[in-house]
Design a protein around this ligand. Sequence first.
Ligand code: SME
Length: 166
Amino acid sequence: MILKEIDITEDINSLEEKYKLLIKQLKELLNPNDHELSNLSNLTSALKQMFNKISWVGFYLYDKEELYLGPFQGKVACTTIEIGKGVCGTAAVKKETIVVPDVNNFPGHIACDSDSKSEIVLPLIKKDGELFGVLDLDSCEYNSFNEMDKIYLEEICKFLVEEILI
Ligand code: SME
């Protein structure tokens, strides 16, 4: 399946168009009958392919003790993160999306890539309320992730947890 790529320099309206197109494509691409690893891997690739602003995108999965690196696109990354540590560990313990306009201003930010300037981390919460993990997106630009990113990425995470990872 070939995903249609769109130029990032277009204005905000296009950001919404991109997300709507991406969600439509993910509903065709991801399949609950496929292996979990395959769906997570394709989701990271689809996100990276659609948005030039993303320098790193990946999952940190929860093994009931800590977060461990799952499928991702981008430079090599930290393999484990303690719950409550960094942006990922904080989003995991608070079970809330965290948008970081400037990583230098986030106390305890874990710099797997020194070029990373801004970030958004979304918790993946299963229907039983249990933490599955987090989805982490980085950018080499400041202020790359806004309220619209938050809304649509949360929609994608909800679709993933409730309709794919079942
Ligand atoms: N910056 C994250 C760690 C993961 S890297 O971004 C891939 C954090 O502070 O939790």
